[in-house]
Design a protein around this ligand. Structure first.
Ligand code: AMP
Ligand code: MG
Length: 495
C-alpha cells in the first residue's frame, strides 16, 4: 500500500544525516488521514488497512524500502547562530515520486529522541500536531506553497509541556526539507563540497531550469548566483502571499526557511483578526522580531545568510563574490514590493496596473488599522461594496471614517477596469477567503480532541477550510472573528 521509495537524501554522504529508526509508541491510533494527498502520492487506497497505517505513521513499523534518517542542519534562531540543530524529533523516511512525477519527502514529526535532540524529548503533543495539520492544509487550499499533512496518529503516551498532553506524530510531506540552515551547517564547517552538493540537489529538485546544461555557456559562479536569485524570488512571492492573508509565521528562523519556497513549521503561527501591522502572537518572540510587518525583511535577512554560505563558490576573489551576492540580496526588495503589489491589487479587484495602486492599497490598510477591522472579513466584504456602501462591511469597523473616505476613491479606480462590477466581485471572492483557520477555532478543536478524545470538531473544521473561498451554508460561525472571551493573543510553539 505504501508507494515505492526512491531514496535520495539517504544516499548522500554520511555527514548529511544520522541513520535513525523512529522509536515505537505504545498505542498508535490513526486520528487523521489525508486521502486526497495519499492518492496523489501513489498510495494504494484499495489495500488501505487502518491498523497497519497507524503502525507506519507512528513509526512503529518502518515501511518497506524506507531508510529513516535525521537530517543535519544549523540555524539562526532569533538572530543567534546555533551550528548544530538537526532533526531532534523528526525522521525522514525517504522520498517518493508522486503521480505527477515530483519527488516528495515523507517525514514523521514527533518520532522520538534523536542524536540531535539536545536534551528534549523528541516527541510532539497532539495540539501542535493538529494545528500543523489544519493550518498547513488550509494554506495549501488558499494557494500558498506549503508542506502538507498526510496523517496524524496519537501515541497512547503523554508528553509534558506546560501541562501533560496526549502525544502524537504528524506525517509531513514536503517537496524537500532543505533549509537555509542545512547550507549553514556545512558552511560553518568550511565544507564547501557539501554546500555544492546541496545546491546540486536543490537545483535538481526545485529549480530544474538552472541545471548545468542550461547554464553551460556561463561561468561557474553564475550558477550559484542564479540559484540564490531563484530562492530569493520564491521567498519574496511566498511572504507576499502570507502578507495578503494576514498570516504571521512566528518563527522565521533560518532553519524554518525552506529552499523550495514552501511554508514550513506551523508552531506559533496565527492569522491576524483585527488588522495591526505590529502584531505578534508567539510567546517566545519577546522583541517582536517576527511581527507581521517585519516578515518580508526577515526573509531577506535569511537569504543573506544563505548567500554567505555560497560565497566561496561564487568567486575565488572573496570581495568580488560578496559584491555579487549583495546585488542579488538587494534585488529582493523590489522583487518583494512587486509581489506585494500584485497580491493586493488582486485583493482589491484590480486586474490592470496603475501608478497609484500601491497608495490605494496602503490607504485601505490604514483604514483597517484605524477601524480595528477584521483583516480577512474586511477584504471579503469589500466585494459587496463595489457599487454602494455595504452595511456588513461598515459593521466591521469600530470607526469607519477612513473607510468611508476611501471607498469612493477605490470605486473611481474600479471604473477604469474593463470588467463589470459583478465580474470584479467574483474575481475578488476568488482571492479573498471567507474561511481561514482562526485561532480560537483551532484551539476549540484541539481542546475537544485532547481533553475529550472527540475529533468531530477537527473533521468539521478541516472540511470547511478545504473550500476557503466558497460560502458554505451553516458555516457562518467559522467565518466570524473570535468572541471577546475567546480571543487568542498568545500562541506557543509546542516544542
Ligand atoms: P522548531 O522550533 O520545531 O523549528 O525546532 C527547532 C529545533 O529544536 C530543531 O532542531 C528541532 O528538532 C528541535 N526540537 C524542537 N522540539 C523538540 C523536541 N520536542 N524534542 C527534540 N528536539 C526538538
Ligand atoms: Mg523547525
Amino acid at each position: 500500500m505504501f508507494p515505492e521509495f526512491s531514496l535520495r537524501y539517504a544516499r548522500l554522504p554520511e555527514r548529511f544525516y544520522l541513520h535513525f529508526d523512529p522509536l515505537p509508541v505504545p498505542e498508535p491510533r490513526l486520528v487523521a488521514f489525508n486521502q486526497a494527498l495519499a492518492e496523489q502520492l501513489g498510495f494504494d487506497l484499495e489495500a488501505f488497512d487502518e491498523q497497519r497505517a497507524a503502525q507506519w505513521f507512528a513509526g512503529n513499523v518502518v515501511p518497506p524500502g524506507a531508510e529513516p534518517v535525521a537530517q543535519a542542519y544549523a540555524g539562526h534562531q532569533f538572530g543567534h547562530f546555533n551550528p548544530r540543530l538537526g532533526d531532534g524529533r523528526a525522521v525522514l523516511l525517504g522520498e517518493v515520486v508522486d503521480r505527477e512525477g515530483r519527488l516528495r519527502d515523507i517525514q514523521l514529526k514527533g518520532a522520538g529522541m534523536t542524536p540531535f535532540s539536545r536534551g528534549a524529548d523528541g516527541r510532539a503533543p497532539l495540539g501542535p500536531v493538529l494545528r500543523e495539520y489544519l493550518v498547513s492544509e488550509a494554506m495549501h487550499r488558499l494557494g500558498v506553497p506549503s508542506t502538507r499533512a498526510l496523517a496524524a496518529v496519537t501515541t497512547g503516551e503523554r508528553v509534558f509541556r506546560r501541562v501533560p498532553e496526549p502525544g502524537a506524530v504528524l506525517t509531513r510531506v514536503a517537496s524537500s526539507h532543505l533549509r537555509v540552515g542545512t547550507f549553514q551547517y556545512f558552511a560553518a564547517r568550511d565544507d564547501i563540497e557539501a554546500v555544492r552538493t546541496l545546491v546540486d540537489m536543490a537545483i535538481e529538485r526545485h529549480y530544474p531550469h538552472l541545471r548545468e546544461a542550461a547554464l553551460a555557456e556561463r561561468e561557474e559562479g553564475e550558477r550559484y548566483l542564479a540559484f540564490l536569485e531563484a530562492v530569493a524570488e520564491r521567498q519574496a512571492a511566498l511572504v507576499a502571499q502570507w502578507m495578503g492573508l494576514g498570516f504571521i509565521h512566528g518563527v522565521m528562523n533560518t532553519d524554518n526557511c525552506t529552499i523550495s519556497g514552501e511554508t514550513i513549521d506551523y508552531g506559533p503561527c496565527a492569522f491576524m483578526e483585527a488588522y495591526s501591522p505590529t502584531m505578534v502572537f508567539s510567546s517566545i518572540d519577546e522583541q517582536g522580531r517576527y511581527a507581521y510587518r517585519n516578515q518580508p525583511w526577515i526573509a531577506q535577512w535569511n537569504l543573506a545568510r544563505l548567500a554567505e554560505t555560497l560565497i566561496p563558490l561564487i568567486d575565488d576573489d572573496q570581495e568580488a563574490a560578496i559584491a555579487r551576492a549583495t546585488r542579488v540580496i538587494e534585488a529582493y526588495e523590489p522583487c518583494y514590493e512587486a509581489e506585494w503589489l500584485a497580491v493586493f491589487r488582486e485583493k482589491l479587484g484590480l486586474a490592470r496596473g496603475e501608478e497609484g495602486d500601491r497608495a490605494l492599497a496602503e490607504a485601505f490598510l490604514e483604514a483597517l488599522a484605524a477601524g480595528r477591522a477584521d483583516f480577512t472579513l474586511a477584504f471579503r466584504r469589500l466585494a459587496e461594496a463595489v457599487e454602494a456602501d455595504a452595511p456588513a462591511l461598515l459593521a466591521l469597523f469600530e470607526n469607519d471614517a477612513a473607510l468611508r473616505a476611501w471607498l469612493p476613491r477605490w470605486r473611481e479606480r474600479l471604473a477604469r477596469e474593463a470588467a463589470s462590477p459583478e465580474a470584479v466581485a467574483v474575481r475578488m471572492n476568488a482571492v479573498n477567503p471567507l474561511y481561514i483557520p482562526r485561532n480560537h477555532q483551532v484551539e476549540r478543536v484541539i481542546a475537544a480532541a485532547a481533553e475529550h478524545d472527540d475529533f468531530g470538531p477537527f473533521e468539521a473544521l478541516r472540511e470547511v477550510l478545504a473550500e476557503p473561498f466558497t460560502e458554505q451554508s451553516g458555516c457562518e460561525a467559522y467565518a466570524e472573528p473570535a468572541p471577546a472571551t475567546e480571543r487568542v493573543l498568545r500562541t506557543f510553539c509546542g516544542t
